[in-house]
Write a protein that binds this ligand. Structure first.
Ligand code: UT7
Length: 338
């Protein structure tokens, strides 16, 4: 892969942001029939953050995560060439990335949304890397942000206990080919199973307009629906296959990796995937006990925390995999460059 690129790409800095409002399992047991024991044993989640302030939105979370990353990189927002906002809960169906561009003052940046649910950040990194490695852009801000509390059915105990709101950001920068830090990727989609996890748009029976042969039906988005068992089985069977394919293409053995950073959906999924790959559990990066499943934000949120804790060292190999609605799943392998 390294020979076909014009320039290398590496993650320069990361940032993250979560809302102040913390909802623990005990709080949730006042809302639906559940318990702290059930949630911890089945998911590993203890608490999650919810954007409770009606005057705040995904853009507030995305911009504070971005500003942290920009400050760490000592970079002026005007130096960003492209912003990719991975989200499934935008402010505006026409796209929210432009609002983020305006809010952080990245006046020269092109900005667009990328919708791939919990795989969104992985797809964002891979997309950004193409623009950099082919020489088009030098500085790209990739943000994973979701406010799924807007789309949860708060009477459905099988989903409302899982999700939290957050944003995470990474600045990807060009570098000499020899220092390339984004080594390779493997991506997949299976649209035939999209019904297993969805926020569907449903049209009403009544027409909003009827004129001669013109019938217009309108509708609205529904709440999250998920077949948890099927999504669980999909994740533990398909994610290891993606990781192995990606590692094989790079001639890296599973035992050579330093960190396994999976989409933070369920502690049991993280361990099942690690087990299948014979990766020691002390290499798993996990923070979902504090934040739950934050969808597109979960990977950059956990990455930023691990970096802030100085867990990840120069030249460490990090295997990052996202999976979720679509169904989409995929892996990107990174060699960390300080
Ligand atoms: O980010 C996108 C990717 N999403 C995922 O990866 C989610 C993957 N799925 C999962 O993480 C798990 O399937 C869940 C955590 C969602 C559910 O865990 P499970 O072990 O698959 O539980 P289950 O759905 O099989 O339910 C087991 C029992 C059921 O009761 P019965 O039928 O055995 O009597 C449920 O009604 O647990 C019951 N249950 C609950 N009980 C207490 C379901 N939700 C709850 C709850 N509290 N919140």
């Amino acid at each position: 892969m390294i020979s076909s690129i014009l320039q290398g790409a590496k993650i320069l800095a990361t940032g993250s942001s979560v809302p102040d409002l913390c909802l623990n399992n005990e709080d949730l047991s006042q809302i639906v029939e559940t318990s702290d024991d059930w949630i911890i044993n089945r998911t590993g989640i203890k608490e999650r953050r919810i954007l409770g302030d009606r005057h705040k939105s995904i853009i507030d979370l995305a911009s504070s995560a971005s500003i942290e990353a920009l400050e760490k990189a000592s970079m002026n927002p005007a130096d960003i060439d492209l912003i990719i906002l991975a989200t499934s809960s935008p402010n505006d169906l026409f796209g929210s990335a432009s609002q983020l561009q305006a809010k952080i003052g990245a006046t020269k940046a092109v900005a667009f949304d990328l919708t791939a649910a919990c795989s969104g950040f992985v797809l964002g990194i891979v997309t950004a890397t193409q623009f950099i490695q082919n020489g088009s852009y030098n500085n790209i801000l990739v943000v994973g942000a979701d406010v799924l509390s807007n789309w949860i059915d708060w009477s459905d105990r099988s989903t409302c206990i899982l999700f939290g709101d957050a944003a995470g950001a990474a600045i990807i920068q060009s570098c000499p080919k020899e220092d390339n830090g984004i080594l390779g990727f493997q991506l997949n989609t299976d649209g035939s199973k999209s019904f297993q996890l969805s926020i569907p748009y449903e049209k009403n029976n009544e027409k909003v307009m009827q004129k001669q042969s013109l019938n217009i039906f309108q509708g609205q988005f529904k709440n999250i629906i998920m077949n948890g068992k099927e999504v669980y089985k999909f994740a533990v069977s398909q994610v290891p296959v993606s990781i192995l394919q990606c590692l094989k293409s790079l001639n890296i053995l599973p035992e050579d990796i330093h960190w396994l950073l999976l989409h933070q959906a369920n502690e049991r999924i993280l361990h099942a995937v690690a087990n299948r790959l014979s990766i020691n559990s002390n290499k798993i990066i996990s923070n979902l006990n504090k934040y739950g499943n934050t969808s597109a934000a979960s990977i950059p949120l956990a990455l930023n925390e691990a970096l802030n804790e100085k867990k990840i060292k120069h030249n460490d190999i990090i295997v990052i995999s996202g999976f979720g609605a679509g169904l989409t799943w995929g892996t990107v392998v990174i060699k960390w460059k300080c």
